[in-house]
Ligand binder design. Structure first.
Ligand code: HEM
Length: 395
């Protein structure tokens, strides 16, 4: 296969990328691909070994201000790109630890009762219908309500948040991006001002007060991290839940297994992440210097990406990788990344996924798909792997 002619944005590729990955992994663990017509080729890691090596290698860096000095500065790098996900040590540690204390396991576990309430409320609304789009009515609202409540966004503003979040991660909505970003920033400015005056018991107040070693977040970093938490934490979780349900509905034996033994849910979530995870590719990295990597000559400034989706199907690590097995014992998938940028929200995403799928199966034990798998359309987003719609019947 000629990898350079592969159109990673095409519907054909999205329909079943795993078929392509299987072929590529055999010959090209780490290879050049054409991502954008105007830009130079990028490196992509396809095997588990190559991907893990990229994610752990500090010579692949993330801060655009270091990669393109002079061209990229504090002034023209957008706030979201000044957050931990786009930072390198030692700045990365500072930015991450300021937020980490708002995401302790104890804090996350304390949300489980409320997440279950939200899931039941959404399920109740669905009961008025025989068939629904699962994404619109259930998978989409749950994580945005959770992240808004965690941050402290008032209920009456949460619909706006849903709309902004949708536009900010969807390449099809590029024409609205600037306008929405402006609206979002203006709203945040007001909300942050409000919380500075009267702090509450929420993550936003915590971030405002965050102080470690006397080092506070700057105003730009504060805007950035709120955006990051919404963008990184919303669409990802939506598609964990919807890709997970799709996997179950297309594997009735596994669905029956889970219904008979609901305690399998936490293994099932890891299996959904491995089998059909919501994050297809890692974020961008660049080579800090020229060096030989996986037998290839990487040049300083080269762009590097990891196909996380491909790693989940690598037979060197997973036995029968093409098989969905919710009882899988060894499942070291890379769906949450690896190394210093390992997903900060993984415990929250797992908890939301577990509760959302468990509640759905309790409320609608006869749930089923009302479309052929081949008729379902995948979104054109580059990073997110998710369906446009998932039509289901509830009884
Ligand atoms: C199933 C859902 C999720 C998946 C699959 C996922 C996946 C990932 C991946 C792969 C990375 C690393 C990207 C890279 O190294 O290029 C990452 C980082 C991150 N994720 Fe998630 N994520 C999910 C949910 C969440 C949630 C719910 C939040 C927070 C509310 C969150 C916040 C973050 C943050 C802040 C980072 C940056 C960490 C750092 O740079 O140190 N994610 N996520």
């Amino acid at each position: 296969m000629n990898i350079k002619s592969l159109d990673l944005f095409s519907q054909k590729f999205h329909q079943n990328p795993y078929e392509y990955y299987e072929q590529i992994r055999l010959h090209e663990p780490f290879a050049k691909v054409k991502l954008y017509t105007e830009a130079p080729d990028s490196w992509m890691a396809f095997t588990y070994e190559a991907a893990e090596a990229v994610l752990k290698d500090e010579r692949f860096i993330k801060d655009m201000r270091t990669v393109f000095p002079g061209e990229m500065t504090d002034e023209n790098v957008p706030p979201i790109s000044q957050t931990m996900l786009f930072a390198d040590p030692p700045n990365h540690r500072r930015l991450r630890s300021l937020v980490q204390s708002g995401f302790t396991p104890k804090k996350i576990m304390s949300l489980s009762g409320r997440i279950e309430e939200i899931a039941r409320e959404q399920a109740k609304r669905m009961k008025e219908h025989e068939t629904v789009d699962f994404i619109e009515t259930y998978a989409f609202p749950i994580p945005i309500i959770v992240i808004c409540e965690l941050l402290g966004v008032p209920q009456e503003d949460q619909l706006d948040f849903q709309r902004w979040s949708n536009v900010l991660v969807d390449i099809n909505e590029a024409s609205q991006y600037d306008e929405v970003l402006m609206e979002f920033m203006m709203y945040l400015e007001k909300l942050i001002h409000n919380r500075r005056q009267s702090p509450q018991n929420d993550l936003l107040s915590h971030l405002i007060q965050a102080e470690e070693d006397g080092d506070k977040l700057t105003a730009t970093e504060l805007y950035g991290v709120v955006m990051l938490l919404i963008v990184a934490g919303h669409e990802t979780t939506v598609n964990l839940i919807s890709n997970g349900l799709l996997a179950l509905l297309t594997h009735p034996d596994q669905l029956a297994l889970l219904k008979n033994d609901p305690s399998l849910i936490s293994k099932a979530i890891d299996e959904f992440l491995r089998y059909n995870g919501p994050v297809e590719f890692s974020t961008d990295r660049w080579a800090r210097e020229s060096f030989t990597f996986m037998g290839q000559q990487v040049q300083k400034g080269d762009h590097v990406i990891v196909s996380l989706a491909s790693t989940g199907r690598d037979p060197e690590v997973f036995s029968h990788p093409e098989k969905l097995d919710i009882t899988r014992e060894k499942n070291p998938h890379l769906a949450f990344g690896k190394g210093i940028h390992y997903c900060l929200g993984a415990p929250l995403a797992r908890l939301e996924g577990e509760i959302a799928i468990r509640v759905l199966l309790e409320e609608f034990p006869n749930v089923g798909l009302v479309a052929n798998l081949s008729d379902l359309e995948w979104r054109q987003s580059f990073i997110i792997r998710g369906l446009k719609e998932l039509p289901i019947r509830l009884a």
